[in-house]
Design a protein around this ligand. Structure first.
Ligand code: B12
Ligand code: SF4
Length: 435
């Protein structure tokens, strides 16, 4: 089958920019569409192309003309969901291809895609089941009922309620024996830069899901709450497939969810002689409980960790169900500073922030060495526990604004003041930013 896999363009709208001319809060992100490379790696029997509209925004008509796809797969996060539907509509207008959507938004909010321009929605990890769906469609037998037997696959029924499949992803769904097809994005490689350094960065997935249940987080929707890891050999193999790339971002939500395995991975990276630098996600409590593991990872090339600190006091952490304490965050910062590991620190500001809350966070960030603070606005993403809690307060339902840099519930401060303080916070905390 001829298959086109599409990564949406950089999209998402900005309230501070549109209403108040504050442009500094809108961000441009770069990185390879690993989801599509993973899917393509399990479609070796087919003719597959990846179109990355983030790198090649005008490429759609050309790809449709050249490949004449029989099936199109589209990925995307929540702020890209409207764009995914627009792309689906353009495809349906121009060719008879079957359209399949998947990814983090489709997994958390499949109902959103129950539209005439979409044929199938894939919920969850998808690598195994997507190949099975393609085979079933290619063989053309069985009818729609057969496809709905595939775990995580939903046949759209516009105008009628869809049935959400029970999600029980397991290690077999990772299809480890088939690596991501990195060659398919070779033509875009120069776009995948760590901008501040001008160094190319590659993505490798080593684990899926997370053992925790933070209120705002949409990762649960991907694995149904499970935490699944690739074998150490698979991770080393995938990294080796990017020989020219000096920096590897392990894109896992939580690389260290299983400490024994993470320690073994650190040893293997050191022994591999790969000589790469790594960026990984870790929780602060893991750093505090296992500093020796961090020391060993540093030796293996760990350059930076991304930590969801989220809040600066126990009350806010507890409200987010973070299962962590402010003291852990403080201790983790000291440990990482002492080890010389760069910290990318995620913080979430609430639309309920008042002047005092902004002052406190500003003071907190000024007093600590967090090399690159990333500050987002608490956003009830559809499908999350936070969404169920905050649903009645949501004043902006247009998913284009769900970039995590807009308030979609009313702000306590006057709105312009809220965004001015937010922008000011970023300027102050980024004065000595480094990665
Ligand atoms: C790498 C990454 C990026 C890269 C994405 C590269 C790209 N695609 O162009 C970049 C840096 C560009 C990026 C940008 C953003 N990101 Co981002 N990103 C991630 C990260 C760390 C890893 C994603 C990944 O590659 N995973 C590995 C792949 C293999 O897994 P996967 O994506 O889930 O895909 C699998 C399945 O979902 C499924 N699947 C996926 N797509 C499809 C499609 C089809 C057809 C099928 C069948 C199956 C399928 O199969 C895949 C293989 O098993 C995640 C966190 C995480 N750990 O998931 C956040 C994450 C996805 N990002 C997030 C966000 C919010 C953003 C931004 C809005 C910025 C921000 N404020 O953080 C922007 C959006 C871009 C824009 N403005 O338009 C959120 C999304 C939450 C949500 N529900 O929207 C996440 C979950 C992090 C978080 N903060 O919680 N991101
Ligand atoms: S620890 Fe991180 S990945 Fe895990 S649930 Fe919390 S925010 Fe999500």
């Amino acid at each position: 089958m001829r298959i086109l896999l599409i990564n949406p363009p950089n999209c998402g709208r900005s309230i501070p920019e549109e209403r108040y001319g504050i442009t500094s809060l809108k961000q441009i992100f770069r990185g390879e569409p690993l989801a599509l490379e993973e899917l393509a790696g399990n479609l070796l029997e087919h003719t597959v192309r990846i179109l990355d509209l983030k790198a090649d925004p005008d490429g759609l008509d050309r790809e449709l003309r050249e490949l004449q796809p029989e099936l199109v797969g589209i990925t995307g996060v929540t702020c890209e969901a409207n764009t995914m539907l627009r792309i689906a509509a353009r495809i349906k207008d121009s060719c008879p291809a079957t359209v399949v959507v998947g990814g983090i938004h489709a997994s958390n909010d499949p109902d959103f895609f129950n539209q005439a321009t979409v044929d199938y929605i894939v919920v969850g990890i998808g690598k195994k089941v997507f190949a099975e769906l393609v085979c079933a469609l290619e063989s053309g037998n069985g009818g729609d009922e057969k496809f709905t037997d595939l775990p995580g696959v939903i046949r759209t029924t516009p105008g009628r309620q869809i049935e959400r499949p029970a999600l029980r992803n397991c290690c077999a769904d990772l299809v480890m024996e088939r690596p991501p097809d990195y060659d398919l994005v070779q033509r875009y490689r120069s776009h995948y830069l760590l901008e501040k350094l001008g160094i190319t960065m590659g993505f490798v997935a080593s684990a899926f899901g997370c053992p925790h249940q933070c209120l705002f987080c949409s990762i649960q929707g991907q694995t149904g709450g499970g935490y699944l890891t690739k074998s150490i050999e698979t991770v080393i193999r995938d990294i080796s497939l990017l020989p020219e790339i000096p920096i590897i971002r392990l894109v896992d939500a939580n690389t260290f969810g299983d400490v024994k395995r993470a320690t073994a991975l650190g040893h293997a990276l050191l022994a591999s002689g790969l000589h790469k630098q790594y960026l990984v996600d870790i929780r602060s409590d893991t750093v505090v409980r296992h500093p020796e593991m961090l020391r060993q990872w540093k030796e293996a090339g760990l350059r930076a960790v991304i930590i969801g600190f989220e809040g600066i006091d126990d009350a806010s952490l507890s409200a987010m169900n973070k299962a962590n304490q402010a003291a852990m965050n403080a201790e983790a910062i000291s440990i990482l500073n002492a080890l010389g590991i760069t910290i990318v620190g995620d913080f979430i500001i609430s639309p309920d922030y008042d002047e005092n809350d902004f002052d406190r966070l500003d003071t907190y960030l000024g007093a600590r060495r967090i090399d690159l603070p990333m500050i987002t606005v608490m956003t009830p993403l559809p499908g999350t526990a936070l969404y169920r809690q905050e649903q009645h307060r949501i004043s902006n339902h247009n998913l284009d604004y769900y970039t995590l840099t807009n308030a979609v519930t009313p702000t306590k401060l006057e709105e312009q003041r809220f965004y001015s303080r937010y922008a000011e916070l970023l300027v102050n905390s980024h004065q000595n930013a480094r990665l």
